[in-house]
Write a protein that binds this ligand. Structure first.
Ligand code: ADP
Length: 620
């Protein structure tokens, strides 16, 4: 017998499970059944594709037994793929998914107490230790003739030894503790399986002893019974008309780690040139790994009801990675490889049709159920925006789906709603991107637009700077970023010309003082209180964007200089205009630029210089 230590992250996870998920301890059964079902899926697939296993005949099933004695026990058994010595040591000694590990590391103390969050990434097998003092796993890998027993009390280590098992598969044996005692009970088990695992595609049998009584109500013995306790039908293949919303919700929860009902589901049964079924869900909350590069795709692929993979990112475009669900094709071969999948015309058709369907349904929700759509937007607006520049074919629909904050209204608004509210002579959709909502709402640029009664869309997502320009125009109206040079004289061309003339000498003075730090210095028609603001050339990234790119390690970015827009009515600017003192003008000009940058949330390159100049000005 060998003894091995758990990897530290397992010990941490175990600690977290026992302390956070406590109120949800019954989910351990769902997790074990889901593992058993995965193991059956995997073996079924191999018997169809792997030469060595083609002759193996097996009837996939899951068995649950229990003993309600002094030591209460519970077993969950499957005849699936099984694990060999190394599999047991690896799979039940580490946390396989790197995303999960990162996720764990990044949790705050508060988040660790949020059992929904923890439940979301799937605590899997280890949740058994909430209800058991000791867990044994006896497993035999399909194709191998040696079985192994893994055993642990969940306190830092496990043992491995040779064992006996007739055929391939895995048995998980729980020595129930006080907390788990209630699960050595027929009715409790039946209820839990119905709630969480009814749609598992394989039959789940429960074995129990039933007391027999004679006519007078006296016990005369017991009969051993075995009964199937789930309906074991692939829900997505059942007719839509016989399914109720609750059925969909339960299916969603039993096939994902989510404990909340989904916001929406989309069930499509297509017949004709392509025969397939898809069932998609929009979760209530964004998956924890939505913005991780190694996110887990949410859609499972089946071929003729046989599970193929849950790890294929190409099933839907990346921007729809928050969608959960199932694609089941009648037309694909069972032994599809990843390469075939990516080129297969049936697959391409299903994918294209699925995207159209999902976006179309979202559009319907947006039009018919705005409250529900707001919930969707709160979670998934940003990924949908990614679609604007990655899915050109569906651009029009996507443009109608994305939402923005606004200078004039609370909550989210669409471009169409903005257009409705536009002033009659307005020919441009104005927006401001770069930085968080706080910073944007305080931008001095907004003052001039507010004064003129013009609404400005506020773009608060980090990708807006990139994706919004790709919209170009909306119903023939150009979108203009008000912090770019193209919008500078757009508000009032005559006024702009007048100001440029009026400010000629002071603009020249400031430009000379700032020299290479700016591309240009221009007179503003938009500033009300603030003395100056920075904008950038139409084709340059905003100052926040530049800062972000630098933070991401793009240090070799060419230095991009801003344009300084000056408020000629500001007393500070007047002081510069009146002065002939070169040092004073220089200090004033530099401080003017630096404070405008600070206002945009930009970190100054030489804060000490700024402080020195400020002090010199203050001491005058
Ligand atoms: P997850 O199921 O999310 O991968 P688990 O901790 O539940 O995480 O399981 C870890 C791994 O152990 C699984 O990915 C699988 O490889 C293996 N495993 C667990 N239960 C079984 C089983 N009944 N049969 C075969 N392999 C299993």
């Amino acid at each position: 017998m060998e003894r091995k230590k758990f990897k530290t992250e397992v010990t941490e996870l175990l600690h977290l499970i026992i302390h956070s998920l406590y109120s949800h301890k019954e989910i351990f059964l769902r997790e074990l059944i889901s593992n058993a079902s995965d193991a059956l899926d995997k073996l079924k697939y191999l018997t169809l594709t792997d030469e060595a296993l083609k002759t193996l005949s097996f009837t996939p099933k899951i068995d649950i037994t229990f003993i309600d004695g002094d030591q209460k026990t519970l077993t969950v058994s499957d005849n699936g793929i099984g694990m060999d010595h190394d599999g047991l040591a690896e799979d039940l000694g580490t946390i396989a998914r790197s995303g999960t590990r990162n996720f764990l590391n990044n949790l705050t103390e508060d988040q660790k107490k949020d059992s929904n969050l923890i439940g979301q990434f799937g605590v899997g097998f280890y949740s058994s230790f909430m209800v058991a003092d000791k867990v044994e796993v006896i497993s035999k890998r399909a194709g191998s003739d040696q079985a192994w027993k893994w055993s642990s009390d969940g306190k830092g280590s496990f043992t491995l030894e040779e064992a006996e098992r007739e055929s391939q598969g895995t048995t998980v044996l729980l020595y129930l503790n006080e907390e788990g005692a209630e699960y050595a009970n027929r009715w409790t088990l039946e209820r839990l399986v119905k709630r969480y695992s009814d749609h598992i595609a394989f039959p789940i049998f429960l074995a129990y002893d039933q007391d027999d009584y004679d006519d007078k109500g006296k016990k005369k013995g017991t009969t051993h019974k075995v009964e199937q306790i789930n309906s074991a039908a692939a829900l997505w293949r059942r007719s839509k008309s016989e399914l109720k919303p609750e059925d969909y919700n339960e299916f969603y929860k039993s096939s994902t780690y989510d404990t909340d009902d989904p916001l929406y589901y989309i069930h499509t049964q297509a017949e004709g040139a392509n025969n397939y079924t898809t069932l998609f869900f929009i979760p209530a909350k964004a998956p924890f790994d939505l913005y991780h590069a190694d996110y887990k795709p949410g859609v499972k692929l089946y071929v003729k009801r046989v599970y193929i993979t849950d790890d294929e990112k190409e099933l839907l475009p990346t921007y729809l990675r928050f969608v959960r669900g199932v694609i089941d094709s009648e037309d694909l071969p069972l032994n599809v490889s990843r390469e075939i999948l990516q080129q297969n015309k049936f697959m391409t058709n299903i994918r294209n049709a699925s995207v159209k369907k999902i976006l179309g349904e979202l559009k319907k929700v947006a039009e018919q159920n705005p409250d529900l759509y707001t919930k969707i937007v709160e979670q998934f607006n940003r990924p949908l925006k990614e679609g604007l520049y990655s899915d050109y074919g569906n651009k029009d629909t996507l443009v109608s789906l994305v939402r923005f904050k606004s200078s004039e209204t609370d909550g989210y608004t669409s471009l169409a709603a903005y257009k409705e509210r536009m002033k009659e002579d307005q020919k441009t959709i104005y927006y401001l991107a770069g930085g968080d909502e706080e910073t944007i709402r305080r931008s001095p640029l907004l003052d001039g637009y507010k004064k003129k009664g013009l609404e400005v869309l506020l773009m608060t997502d980090d990708i807006d700077d990139i994706v919004v320009p790709s919209i170009g125009t909306f119903e023939e109206l150009p979108l203009k970023a008000i912090n770019k040079s193209g919008a500078v004289d757009d508000l009032d061309k005559d006024e702009s010309k007048k100001k440029a003339k009026e400010g000629k000498s002071v603009l020249k003075k400031i430009k000379k003082a700032l020299d290479k730090r700016v591309k240009d210095v221009v007179a503003s028609t938009r500033l009300v209180d603030a003395p100056a603001v920075v904008v950038v050339d139409d084709n340059d990234p905003s100052v926040q964007m530049q800062q972000m790119l630098k933070a991401m390690g793009q240090a070799d970015l060419p230095e991009i200089t801003p344009i300084l827009e000056i408020n000629l009515d500001s007393p500070i600017v007047k002081k510069i205009d009146d002065s002939e003192d070169e040092d004073f003008i220089s200090d004033m000009a530099q401080v003017l630029l630096d404070q405008a940058l600070l206002n945009e949330g930009v970190m100054l390159k030489h804060p000490a210089e700024f402080v020195k100049r400020l002090n010199s000005l203050l001491s005058r």
